[in-house]
Design a protein around this ligand. Structure first.
Ligand SMILES: Nc1nc2c(ncn2[C@@H]2O[C@H](COP(=O)(O)O)[C@@H](O)[C@H]2O)c(=O)[nH]1
Ligand SMILES: [Mg+2]
Length: 460
């Protein structure tokens, strides 16, 4: 649901966690100065890696090469960046260690902003309390405080009081859901939010007149709240509880066994007793979707989510589900790409020119050295140096047009970014909002067109 069906107004929504966490940090003993931090989400993009051991933020490409690195809010020199993160065969960090945190969801922008300002506060001041903290401990404290804001009502009570201030109403969402339901396609909601919050947000997004009964839950065949993804997608032992919609009370179920015992039409009978559940796992979901007594295979499920790891990578890799990733950032990214079209063409032209020079210089180097060849080679290398210098400026301003610090979401240097790599590998589709599916009939086929490899350009 969150950041998939429900988009949030930023910075209003993020400020709830940011301000709440600041207060909690001060309550833990952090300096009062923390309360003066202000939230600036424009400094962050998804897909970064946080090195919490050293207080560094990294943008890596698909080969795990670190292209941009910041310590707190300070850019690291290329020497420092390369010394820590450049590839050294067999010594390169894999970024799999526990002190590397992947920023795979928009919720983590708050963590990054808070942690970055804490690093600056520690580095630029002499606070005894902060001197006694490592960068890793500070990250863990900030994380714990943000986490608590998601659980103790700091965020959710406020959203419940004033949903219009925090949740974006999307006029296409209900028609999109109805379109599939009317076609006989089973529509399910699996969210990590608990029932009360799901109810608060969904009943704001769906007007009572949108459904015959006035109840938003009718838009779904089944709803699973408090699902604890990614565990829901990998752990088959998690029990399923039925949620009473009026009271929120939970009752035990026997899940797949109960459905089997109720057969024939076990799933239908099971859902007739109530279609809202908590916890559970992928097997129980498949059993409940099995409404016509036919086994459901992974590729018959299209799962739409916003969390690069928990929603998309895990469901694709573990269960072979079809996946769609929601990337709201794509809207701005595409607008910038449009306005940067000419700059991009200029960059490509200059890069091709450098390649042509390389080919010619290579041919000259293979010839016997004499004055004429050497002079030609020197002229070529001189042009190459000038083009390289021009490229540094153009590429720099191109990068900043997207995000002044991190550049494009989908690119790191000339390579695909880590974010692009995971999107391309694990998302069958990606889109700015889930409601874009309103324009996609259930019969629409999406085809892949292969990415060219270097040898393909030789035959083009
Ligand atoms: N306890 C925490 N909950 C968190 C945190 N970040 C997000 N969330 C909550 O997860 C769900 C997202 O649900 P889904 O619909 O996207 O599956 C939502 O309720 C968030 O508040 C966190 O750091 N700690
Ligand atoms: Mg989500």
């Amino acid at each position: 649901m969150d950041y998939t069906l429900a988009q949030y107004h930023v910075p209003e929504f993020d400020n709830l966690a940011f301000d709440g966490a600041k207060q909690k940090l001060v309550d833990m003993g952090y300096p009062e100065e923390v309360l003066g931090f202000t939230y600036d989400p424009s400094r962050w993009i998804r897909g970064l890696i946080i090195d919490i051991k050293r207080g560094n933020f990294l943008k890596i490409d698909k080969h795990k090469y670190t292209r941009v690195a910041y310590h707190g809010s300070q850019e690291m020199s290329s020497e420092a960046r390369k010394a820590l993160y450049a590839q050294t065969f067999n010594k390169k960090d894999s970024f799999g260690e526990s002190f590397y945190i992947n920023m795979d969801t928009l919720f983590q922008i708050v963590d990054a902003e808070l942690y970055s300002q804490l690093i600056d506060l520690k580095d630029n001041n002499e606070f005894e309390f902060l001197d006694g903290k490592t960068y890793e401990e500070m990250y863990r404290d900030a994380r714990a405080c943000v986490d608590l804001c998601h659980r103790d009502g700091v965020i959710k009570d406020e959203v419940a009081r004033n949903p219009a201030k925090y949740v974006v109403k999307d006029p296409n969402m209900v028609p999109m859901l109805k379109q599939y339901k009317e076609k006989g396609i089973k529509v399910f909601l699996v969210t990590n939010s608990l029932w009360t919050y799901t109810q608060d947000v969904m009943s704001f997004l769906v007007d009572p007149e949108d459904t015959e009964s006035g109840d938003w839950t009718d838009l779904f065949d089944l709803i699973i709240v408090g699902s604890c993804k990614p565990a829901f997608l990998v752990d088959p032992r998690r029990d399923l509880f039925r949620v009473d919609k009026a009271s929120g009370q939970l009752t035990n179920t026997d899940g797949v066994y109960e459905i089997a015992a109720l057969n024939p039409n076990g799933a239908t009978k099971f859902l007739e007793q109530g279609n809202v559940f908590q916890n559970g796992n992928f097997n129980q979901l498949a059993a409940m979707l099995d409404l016509d007594g036919k086994a459901i295979t992974g590729e018959q499920i299209l799962y739409v989510g916003d969390h690069l790891y928990s929603d998309v990578l895990r469901s694709k890799r573990t269960l072979g589900w079809r996946t769609a990733l929601i990337v709201p950032e794509l809207e701005e990214e595409m607008k910038t790409s449009e306005s940067q079209k000419e700059t991009n063409e200029e960059i490509m032209k200059l890069r091709k020119l450098r390649e042509t020079i390389s080919v010619k210089a290579n041919a000259l180097r293979l010839l016997p050295s004499n004055q004429e060849n050497d002079e030609q080679l020197e002229t070529l290398l001189d042009s190459d140096r000038k083009i390289k210098e021009a490229l540094v400026d153009i590429v720099g301003s191109h990068h900043k047009a997207y995000n002044p610090i991190w550049g494009q979401l989908f690119k790191a240097g000339y390579e695909d970014s880590r974010f692009a790599y995971y999107t391309a590998n694990y998302a069958c589709l990606y889109m700015t909002k889930a409601s874009n599916l309103r324009y996609v009939s259930d019969q629409r086929a999406f085809r892949t067109f292969s990415n060219p490899l270097p040898h393909n350009s030789a035959t083009e």
